[in-house]
Design a protein around this ligand. Structure first.
Ligand SMILES: [Zn+2]
Length: 86
């Protein structure tokens, strides 16, 4: 029996109006660049994945939490900033 085509592909970032000189990226405090994608889920996944890297460098859980918040605030601030420019 054929399965119904219920495949939701959330990735639709390929050729969507990403033109212009400003690359849609945010730069972390550590220098790593993260691409901004017009998809909340993917975007937050990318952010959380990167935050995890910072957390792993922390010496204890408390420091990890502080670091996570710092990085999250920084990245989201930049995203909002970019969003308001376009
Ligand atoms: Zn970073």
């Amino acid at each position: 029996m054929p399965t119904r085509g219920l495949r939701h592909l959330p990735i639709d970032i390929s050729k969507k109006s990403l033109g212009g000189n400003n690359l849609p990226i945010v730069k972390c405090l550590c220098g790593v660049e993260i691409m901004i994608v017009p998809n909340v889920k993917l975007m937050s996944q990318a952010i959380e994945a990167h935050i995890l890297k910072h957390k792993k460098k922390a010496k204890d859980p408390k420091e990890a939490e502080i670091e996570a918040e710092r990085i999250r605030d920084e990245l989201i601030t930049q995203i909002l900033d970019k969003a308001s420019q376009t």
